[in-house]
Design a protein around this ligand. Sequence first.
Ligand code: DQA
Length: 143
Amino acid sequence: MHILVVNGPNLNMLGIREPDVYGKSTYADLCELIKNKAKEMNITVELFQSNHEGSIVDKIQESYQKVDGIVINPAAYTHTSVAILDALKAVAIPTCEVHISDVDAREEFRRISYVGLYAEKKFAGYGFDGYLMAMEYLKEKYA
Ligand code: DQA
């Protein structure tokens, strides 16, 4: 099984960015954690981070028939991007939505998720563990 993990804008600033909300660990730490988990699960993983909506759309399109599952934290684009939602619907790859923070317990606008209209499962508020939970969910259901 091959999983694509996509991280949206400002997640490359983890560790620096609002540590009280997102923690002190860095994006490199997150990548390491995900790669180690993939090894342990005996699956392959590709990590992609971008601050650009169109690049995320491109990456999702390129995954068509190449990827068995997508784990995506669209960050701020969660709450705005019809384009990312449509890309996920176009490729029709099983997808889980992840948020480090508990988006439903924050500002009202963070409760809206366009990606959530396609993603079959959401893990929010579990910190970095949410990514690992999403990987396990996809493997259990689709491997
Ligand atoms: C986030 C939550 C979003 O509302 C925010 O814009 C982010 C990160 C999270 O992981 O908790 O950038 O997706």
